[in-house]
Design a protein around this ligand. Structure first.
Ligand code: TNX
Length: 540
């Protein structure tokens, strides 16, 4: 590449003073012509590019939306304000009620010219696109986004965001005027394949601040994931305030893996996370892992120890050695309080009771413990979720099993219960990409982006009925990730594979198309300040 000479005004030199100030050069944003202009992740269920004149957002563009509607406020208005900052245009909101549902293709002539129109439509029968689907129609005059729910509008808006030039992510630049804010003419009908589209964050092995967790929630929302599972307690840390037992967090949160870090969420912090997530249509699922992985909780309750080691601050990464006594009445009194308080501050319908990797108890002690805790969860109005080992117990039909060890269930494969797929060899964010990448573990193998993407959960898992799968969840175990920058390196770009596998139908997924669409995300991540692994299979 030849560098263009820098223009220097007459009389200026490196040492000589300028007689006339040189005109500042505004860099022209680089436009990649080898990447598809429409590069949406997850790929929509149906998308037709029409090749007509695009819509161009300009100083004359307005937004038409029923801004008095609360769902509309929540789903659309934050995007409008991002768009105002990135384009520098006023984008006034014109109010429009939602009285008459319109179907695609709409009679767009009757709508205002040069407008982005959001409509929350009411169906008499159930919406064929479900509770999270949406449609988009773009032509020269109008961008029309319709859905029957706030979640649908929100997901539709994430699509519009990705259809706009990547500079839409730039909330600071002085060079906005260089960008042509085009949206290609197209029609989209979209809905998710699975309703459970989740990531887990282990805040126990390393603690993540409220702001760090918010950064992760933003990433999930961009790719239409709707659930964040927080692993709130493990051997190395108890990270949630329990008002009736303040000693749990006070004594249990003072350590991390291999370091002096500490920390826990107050109930106010947790409420803030719940609210931030809900504003982005993300549900928080809390987990207290038990009966093992409980060392940090036992530091303040040594009388309930049934593990192989006396409870003391633990900074290693062994698993399975701790256990809370399954035969003590004190255990259930404590757990009732913990589950009640966490359930009360969790609007989502789930409580995760852990249940993995227990070495210190007999099989009977384990199953009776799980059954008892499942009952406490149910009596607090939540559906219980357990790691796959809980399939050895008598589960209520409402309880959910989370597959993690491999590509088949080791317990509960004949049960009717719903299954969340978190297959270690495909979905664990904490597995190294290759032997050479710095962070991560390797017990389930290396997971480069192709391995993360190129499979089909409905076809490639064995030993249980695929109809039981309610969705996918990728866990970010944090033994090797000490902060969100490190976690992002492991999560991104694999989160896009998770998003596409859980949202898009198999018939629409294709590695070569996906690789290019991932490449198109890189400039967005740079502007958003998201750290990511530059997987060599991607034409970055
Ligand atoms: C297994 S997955 C665990 C975690 C570890 C993880 C590390 C599961 C239910 N248990 O305790 O952090 O491996 O990859």
């Amino acid at each position: 590449m030849r560098l263009r000479p820098i223009a220097v005004a007459a009389g200026c030199g490196l040492l000589a003073a300028c007689s006339r100030a040189p005109k500042p050069r505004t860099p022209t944003p680089r436009v990649r012509t080898d990447l598809p202009r429409v590069a949406v992740i997850p790929v929509p269920m149906r998308l037709t590019e029409r090749g007509d004149a695009p819509f161009v957002v300009s100083a004359a563009t307005s937004i038409i939306a029923d801004s008095t509607n609360a769902e509309m406020q929540r789903s659309v208005m934050p995007f409008v304000s991002i768009l105002r900052t990135s384009t520098g245009f006023a984008l006034p909101v014109m109010n429009a009620g939602n009285a008459t549902p319109i179907t695609l293709p709409a009679n767009l002539d009757t709508l205002r010219r040069n407008a982005i129109v959001f409509r929350l439509i009411t169906f008499i029968a159930p919406d064929p696109l479900g509770s999270e689907g949406y449609t988009i129609r773009v032509d020269r005059d109008t961008v029309l986004i319709q859905a029957s729910s706030g979640a649908g509008l929100f997901h539709g808006m994430q699509t519009v965001r990705q259809l706009l030039p990547y500079r839409v992510e730039d909330q600071h630049s002085a060079y906005k005027s260089q960008v042509s804010w085009t949206i290609p003419s197209l029609t989209i009908e979209d809905m998710p394949q699975f309703r459970w589209r989740a990531s887990m964050l282990d805040v126990a092995r390393h603690f993540f601040t409220v702001d760090e967790v918010k950064q992760l929630i933003d990433i999930l929302a961009l790719y239409k994931l709707n659930t964040l599972h927080l692993h709130l307690a493990d051997d190395q840390g108890w990270r949630i305030e329990i008002k009736s037992h303040p000693e749990l967090a006070a004594m249990g949160s003072v350590s991390e893996v291999a370091g002096n870090g500490s920390g826990y969420y107050t109930q106010a912090d947790y409420a803030e996370l719940v609210r931030y997530a809900a504003d982005r249509y993300v549900t928080i699922v809390p987990e207290i892992d038990m009966p093992a992985h409980i060392n940090a909780g036992l530091i303040s309750h040594p009388e309930l120890n049934c593990g192989k080691r006396p409870p003391a601050v633990y900074r290693g990464i062994d698993v399975g050695f701790s256990a809370i006594c399954p035969d003590s009445a004190g255990t259930y009194a404590l757990l009732e309080d913990v589950i009640r308080e966490i359930s009360a501050m969790t609007p989502g319908g789930y409580f995760h009771m852990g249940g993995d990797e227990v070495q210190a108890l007999t099989a009977t002690q384990y199953t009776s413990f799980i059954e008892r805790v499942q009952g406490i969860v149910r009596s607090n109005g939540k559906r219980a979720i357990g790691w796959e080992e809980t399939g050895k117990a008598h589960l209520d039909s409402s309880s959910i099993i989370q597959l993690w060890i491999g590509d088949s269930l080791r317990a509960g494969n004949n049960l009717p219960n719903d299954v969340i797929v978190s297959s270690g060899p495909r979905l664990y964010y904490d597995m190294k990409y290759t032997p050479d990448t710095e962070l991560g573990l390797r017990w389930a193998g290396y997971i480069d982006l192709r391995k993360a993407y190129d499979w089909d959960p409905l076809r490639d898992l064995k030993g249980f009925a695929p109809s039981r799968i309610i969705g996918l969840e990728a866990p970010m175990w944090s033994e090797t990730a000490r902060n969100i920058t490190a976690a992002e390196y492991l999560i991104v770009p694999r989160v896009t594979a998770l998003a596409e596998l859980s949202w898009s139908p198999a018939s629409r997924r294709e590695w070569d198309s996906y690789r290019k669409r991932v490449a198109a995300q890189g400039p967005r991540w740079n502007l958003l300040g998201i750290n990511y692994h530059r997987d060599p299979a991607i034409p970055w």
